[in-house]
Every structure is written in C-alpha cells, then in structure tokens.
Design a protein around this ligand. Structure first.
Ligand code: IPM
Ligand code: MN
Length: 355
C-alpha cells in the first residue's frame, strides 16, 4: 500500500514522541512492504513563528489531501499571552472543526505488566479496557456566543454549550459500532439533571440505541462517572460523551492506568482522520529525551487500523508495545525507581519487536 501521511510534530515533547511513532511506522512499512511518505508542514508554534497563524491555509489544504495526519502536541507557556485565536491550541481546534473530526476515540488499557504504575490497588485497575468516544467538533469548545466583554465596569466572560440532534446521533453511532466490536456495552455520560444540552443528549442517544438492540446502553451523570472510573474502572466498555466531559474524563482514565503518556487517540470524521496522543506538550520535561512515547506509538497503530485499514499491522504495533513493556522496558514516568530508558531507546525497542 502507498499512503501520504502529514506530520504535525508541534511543541514541547511533541517532536520527541512523534519521532518514535515515525520510527515504528517506517519499520512497519519495511516489514510489510508498504510505501509511506511523511510530510512535515508548519502548524502550531512553528506556523505562528512564520506568519502568526497557527493553522495556515496551506497546512489545512495539505491535511485535507493526505491519507492521515499524525500529530504530536501543541501549546506551551510561551504562547499563553497570545489572543485565544492565535494560540497553538486554537490551530488544533480549528483543524478538528474544519475536518469535521467529530468522534475522538481514546482507548484506555491497563497493561498487565504495569499494574504497579497505577496509583490504585492492582486488583482495582486489573482488567481495565475501555474506550472513551469523545464528541470533538461541537459543544463548549466551539459554541457561540463566546468571548469577553465589559459591562458596567465588570469583566464578563461567556462560553456556550450547544448541540444539535444530528451532532449527537453521529457520535453515538460511532460509539455503538465500536461497542459491537467489543463487549457490547455503552455508557453515555451527561449532566442531564442540570443541562438542557445533556437532556437532548440523553434523548438522542436513547433513540440511536434502538438500532443496536444487541448493545446495552446505560446513562450516567458525569460527576458520578468520575467517581466510578476510580472505583471500578474495569466495569466500563465504551463511554460516549460530549467534548468537555470527554476531555476531563480521559485524563482521569489515564491517571487510573498510570500515565497520561500511555493514551493514544484517533479523531474520525468524513475526511482525513487525525491521530495524536492524549497528553500535552509537557514543557517541564521537553528536550530531555525522557518522555513516554507509548501514546504516540499507539496513535500510529490507530492510524494503521482506521485510516489505512491495516489491521494486521496495527495489531503488530500494539503487540510490540505490550511485549516491550512486559520485558520491563520503561520510561521515567512509570519506572517507579527502576532504571529507565530514554524516549528514543523505547522507540528502538518497540521497532525491533515488530513481528
Ligand atoms: C486534548 C487537549 C486539547 C483539548 C487542548 C490542547 C486544546 O487537552 O486533546 O485533550 O482540550 O481538546
Ligand atoms: Mn485534554
């Protein structure tokens, strides 16, 4: 297979972890006889340095034309002073919105050899294997009116949480389809005891669920879900929720399995899909070569699976990550006092383990 992959390494540890994901993809191409081309284009802070716009038109166009997009992470304290729509994060949000990447899949698994990385007791975290399907193109992140103003000498800020029924239905269908390939259980998370948007969310998910009689669907409130994720993480299969709740719950789920560095994501829509680790730019450890590349490497596996339909290759990457972790190879974030390997060494080990 031939595939064109646009690479957006971004800021902080983004380039470091992305380099390892590319190493693994190159190894897959070699091993399985594929031809992948990787093109770096300006995005985030690199684009801001060029012309002020975190998502230049040419970058967006290159993304539209690609078979898949691999992204590291964007943002950092240097750009915190910029107006909100000029910050690197704004480029990421516009990219998601422009490509209508409405379904963000965030698989969360407890690796058997790594239960001690979790702050929870091993018997609580053991068996955790869930996927958060986060709505990614709507809700609080994009709703209008939004912004700031001054009224009667007081500073006012507003954000808006709108959802239309079709926006809810399309992401719900992704969740139910995902559940069919898993344990056939969907937890739809909302705040229907308070929010209008959540009441509509619950109504529409209930309607969509009728088309999936083979999948059980339960509704849960977001506050209670936050608690259950810590108490019984292994009880969840597919969790579907709106943009903001999904953002928060996915970091919590990462904490449950031991490190934000472990979580990959796939953002799917109608056009080109985007693959990025769930973690941010980690400015505190950037440039030291100690970041955990597992989230980035597993994002590359998701790229192989969803964008290129190379299931065997995706599974080979996941197996290589598991084997590497099972062999006790760990980056500093999860080394727990044992010797740690660098980001690049971890990537080498995974690449070498690709069957
Ligand atoms: C994520 C990140 C982004 C988000 C930020 C960087 C805008 O936290 O992908 O989870 O909030 O969606
Ligand atoms: Mn987040």
């Amino acid at each position: 297979m031939r595939a064109k992959i646009v690479v957006l390494p971004g800021d902080g540890i983004g380039p470091e972890v992305t380099a390892e994901a590319l190493k693994v993809l190159r190894r897959v191409a070699e091993r399985y006889g594929h031809h992948f081309t990787f093109t770096d284009v300006p995005f985030g802070s690199s684009a801001i340095a060029d012309g002020g716009d975190p998502l230049p038109a040419a970058t967006l166009e290159a993304c539209r034309r690609a078979d898949a997009i691999l992204l590291g992470a964007v943002g950092g304290p240097q750009w915190d002073g910029l107006p909100p729509d000029r910050r690197p994060e704004a480029g990421l949000l516009r990219l998601r919105r422009e490509l209508q990447l409405f379904a963000n899949l965030r698989p969360v698994r407890a690796f058997p050899g790594l239960l001690d990385a979790s702050p929870l007791r091993p018997e609580v975290v053991a068996g955790t294997d869930l996927v958060i399907v986060r709505e990614l193109a709507g809700g609080l992140y994009f709703g209008t009116p939004r912004g700031r103003s001054v009224h009667d000498g007081r500073r006012i800020a507003v954000d808006t949480l709108p959802y239309a029924e079709d926006e809810i239905a399309r992401v719900a269908r992704v969740a139910f389809e995902a559940a069919r390939a898993r344990r056939r259980h969907v937890t739809s998370v909302d705040k229907a005891n308070v929010l209008h948007s959540s009441q509509l969310w619950r109504e529409v998910v209930t309607e969509v669920a009728r088309a999936y009689p083979d999948v059980t669907c339960v509704h849960a409130l977001v506050d209670s879900t936050a608690m259950q994720l810590v108490r019984r993480p292994a009880a969840f299969d597919v969790v579907v929720t709106e943009n903001m709740f999904g953002d928060i719950l996915s970091d919590e789920a990462a904490g449950v399995v031991g490190s934000l560095g472990f979580l990959p994501s796939a953002s799917l829509g109608e056009g080109t899909s985007l693959y990025e680790p769930v973690h941010g730019t980690a400015p505190d450890i950037a440039g030291q070569g100690i970041a955990n590349p597992v989230g980035a490497i597993l994002s590359a596996a998701l790229l192989l699976r969803h964008a290129l339909r190379l299931e065997r290759e995706a599974a080979a990457v996941e197996a290589a990550v598991e084997a590497t972790l099972a062999a006790g190879v760990r980056t500093a974030d999860v080394a727990a006092g044992q010797p740690a390997v660098s980001t690049a060494e971890f990537g080498d080990r995974v690449a070498a383990a690709i069957a």
